[in-house]
Design a protein around this ligand. Structure first.
Ligand code: ADP
Ligand code: MG
Length: 699
């Protein structure tokens, strides 16, 4: 057996290959660029490009591509070959520093939300040296950012990198307050994204155009057995799944991605992969690549990997758990309670920064998970609700409460407070009682944001989170840097923050209706149930101010993102509605009619045999089915009618609200009668594989 250690990272231009292929001084410069985000000189880029090309060719590559994440959320690439003319009809393999550093994809068809009219100059891609280049399908892929010539970000990576700079700058200010001689030069956010997905047999998938066109089932009656027995979670893997996971792990390892745990999830046919955490932008790239590999490798095993947030009604959906922490280049996790009072005070300040950020920017966190597909999941008793709150665990919560109640500052209480900080115990790593219902949970040394959808890029949530926390830290640094008495100012700041933001802390059951009531009525927290509800807040003044202040998005970039997100919402649901109409008209209704016909014929035959009585169930069934078939017909008509309304001149928000209020309810009505018809139609007439065969069909 070849050990994973022998082939780990063989398809990534990682530190090992860099050391092998680069001259020592070039390696040192590149390393400095990677670690400290410094600009790379073009001469050095030329050397790196040559080395990368030699490495890639040695692995059988003939092409390279700038790999980027346009605002559509999926990755894009444009392949170019290394081959260049060398005169006399000969060719050489070339790759210059310029080609490495900058690319010009024909990007006019990527969404820009009005940022770049199609007739304007094309956007360009710029190499992100902090994320390793890798090989996919014999092509050297170079992770890049994608911008317009005006410098506006047209992708998800650029703002993420900017937000990492923002939190770095503010966190460094805080660290200097605690230790003016600190040797920390860089602070980075780390992310580990747990990825949930479904695997279904390919031959069943191919029979359902809803899955093919929309990634989810638009119809489907509840199977006789669902997930009520909880027998799938951590259950034994089926052979087909096991082989898939094995190959997936191997391919990811070759790419230098630390795939770590693979297991079954709550629903039948649902699984999860967790990588080992890494720097936020790399984690985002890795997650994108992981999703791509999952889909590709599934096909090799006769499977299809569904990354949709809610492929099956009445069955748990899939999400992504974004585990997030802040650490220094000296290896200290700033969200880990320390051993000394100073460490603990520092920890407390960072903790407060996150509490305040989550409270002040609840809307942004919700928006980072807002898509048409994820709306099915949030708040349906399986995923966190649409209300953002934060779980700290009982121990940390009581410490926070104790600190807050010393509300009046006097020397006597100062001693108490200091005692409080001194006594802050080092929390055992897994002290947290694993509240799985919380959208934002502290899990010992990191926060886990669980709202993100399984098909979402994790770039947005980390961009928002980094920036929101940078803002709390900025406010704290402004106060503390100018404080005459640091300890006094610190104590006041901590108390004030806890007092003003503790409403966001909730350790109870987030699935409970009583919590939603308390959250919205008593605590004044937001409950943004749908994507249009959430997006309405994106362009609020406080959000524009936040992103402009930290140079993460310009106002124009925000407007474009707003337009794209809402536009995608409308498009996604329109496509689904059209597929539903198609399926209902062309397959479901004919199937029901066919079955109806057979029932009638049976009845007729019974009459011909002069049976004393025609079986009563035939009459009942035909009556129910004929009523249902009319309902199917009428609901289809209604849905088509609703879809006719056009919004060419209107605001995208108006269109989205119409989709939410008119189109989705019409889709739900159509589904209801079709699913009911499925439950009483003989299986051989039904045109689609049932939920049971999709969910329990694997070997
Ligand atoms: P769970 O029980 O929720 O599956 P794990 O402890 O297995 O949690 O971790 C889940 C994810 O969190 C993994 O991707 C892991 O690498 C990541 N993780 C662990 N520590 C940190 C950290 N300090 N910062 C960011 N992510 C982390
Ligand atoms: Mg988790």
């Amino acid at each position: 057996m070849v050990l994973p250690t022998e082939y780990f990272g063989t398809l990534a231009f990682d530190e090992t290959s860099m050391k092998e292929y680069l001259p020592l001084d070039t390696y040192a410069s590149l390393k400095k660029t990677i670690d400290e985000g410094l600009q790379l000189d073009i001469d050095i880029a030329n050397v790196v490009a040559r080395a990368m090309k030699d490495w890639a060719i040695s692995k059988g590559c003939t092409h390279f591509t700038h790999w980027f994440q346009p605002l559509s959320g999926v990755t894009a690439e444009k392949h170019e070959s290394f081959v260049s003319p060398a005169g006399e009809g000969k060719a050489i393999m070339e790759f210059s520093g310029k080609e490495l550093v900058r690319g010009e994809p024909d990007a006019s068809s990527f969404p820009s939300g009005g940022l770049r009219a199609t007739f304007e100059a094309r956007g360009y891609t710029a190499w992100d040296p902090t994320s390793f280049a890798f090989i996919k399908d014999r092509t050297l892929c170079i992770p890049t950012a994608f911008c317009s010539y005006g410098g506006e970000a047209l992708d998800k990576k650029t703002p993420l990198l900017r937000s990492m700079d923002a939190i770095n700058a503010q966190a460094l200010r805080i660290l200097k307050l605690f230790d003016p001689d600190t040797d920390v030069t860089c602070v980075r956010t780390s992310v580990g994204a747990e990825q949930e997905y479904f695997l279904v047999p390919k031959e069943m998938y191919d029979k359902r155009r809803d899955l093919i066109f929309t990634g989810r089932t638009l119809f489907g009656a509840k199977p006789p057995k669902g997930q009520e027995l909880d027998d799938h979670y951590f259950g034994a893997l089926k052979t087909q799944v096991e082989q898939f996971m094995k190959e997936l792990d191997e391919e990811l390892w070759k790419l230098g991605i630390f795939a770590k745990t693979e297991h079954n999830e709550a629903a039948p046919s649902q699984h999860e992969l967790a990588p080992i955490y890494t720097q936020a932008n790399i984690a985002a790239d890795n997650n994108q690549l992981t999703m791509e590999m999952m889909q590709k490798i599934a096909k090799r095993h006769g499977l299809v990997c569904l990354l949709h947030e809610k492929p099956f009604k009445n069955v748990s959906g899939s999400g992504k758990h974004n585990n997030w922490s802040i650490s220094t280049n000296t290896g200290i996790n700033l969200l880990k309670p320390g051993k000394t009072p100073y460490d603990n005070a520092q920890f407390l300040l960072f903790l407060c920064a996150v509490i305040q950020a989550v409270d002040d920017y609840q809307d942004l966190l919700r928006i980072s998970a807002a898509t048409a597909s994820n709306d099915h999941r949030l708040g349906s008793n399986e995923a966190p609700p649409a209300v953002i709150s934060m779980f700290l665990g009982d121990e940390l919560t009581s410490i926070i409460e104790a600190l807050e109640t010393n509300s009046h500052y006097d020397p006597m209480e100062k001693t108490q407070l200091k005692l409080g900080v001194d006594a802050l115990p080092p929390l055992p790593k897994d002290n947290t009682d694993r509240n799985r219902t919380s959208p934002f949970a502290f899990t010992g040394n990191k926060f886990e944001f669980r709202m993100v959808g399984s098909s979402n890029s994790i770039s947005d949530c980390n961009t928002f989170l980094n920036t929101a926390v940078a803002e709390s830290l900025r406010q704290y640094a402004d106060i503390l840097e100018n404080a005459e008495d640091f300890e006094k100012a610190f104590d006041e700041l901590i108390r004030k923050t806890i007092r003003e933001h503790k409403r966001i802390i909730f350790n109870g059951n987030n699935y409970d209706d009583a919590w939603i009531e308390e959250a919205t009525k008593k605590r004044g927290l937001l409950n943004l149930k749908t994507t249009p509800d959430a997006l309405e807040r994106f362009l609020d003044r406080k959000n524009i101010e936040l992103f402009e202040r930290h140079h993460v998005y310009t106002r124009t970039e925000m407007k474009s993102r707003y337009a794209i997100t809402l536009g995608n919402y409308c498009k996604t649901i329109r496509i689904e509605a059209n597929v539903m109409i198609d399926m209902a008209q062309k397959e479901i209704l004919p199937a029901v009619d066919e079955y109806l016909k057979s029932l009638c014929e049976t009845g007729k035959a019974a009459g011909q045999f002069n049976l004393k009585r025609i079986p009563a169930h035939l009459e009942k069934l035909t009556s129910i089915l004929s009523k249902l078939s009319d309902e199917i017909y009428e609901s289809t008509e209604k849905l088509s009618y609703v879809l006719v309304k056009k919004f060419e001149t209107g605001e995208v928000s108006e269109h989205a609200a119409y989709i939410r209020d008119e189109v989705i309810p019409a889709m739900n009505r159509l589904r209801l009668c079709c699913d009911e018809a499925e439950t009483i139609t003989a299986e051989k007439y039904w045109p689609y594989p049932t939920y049971a065969s999709l969910l329990f069909g694997l070997q």
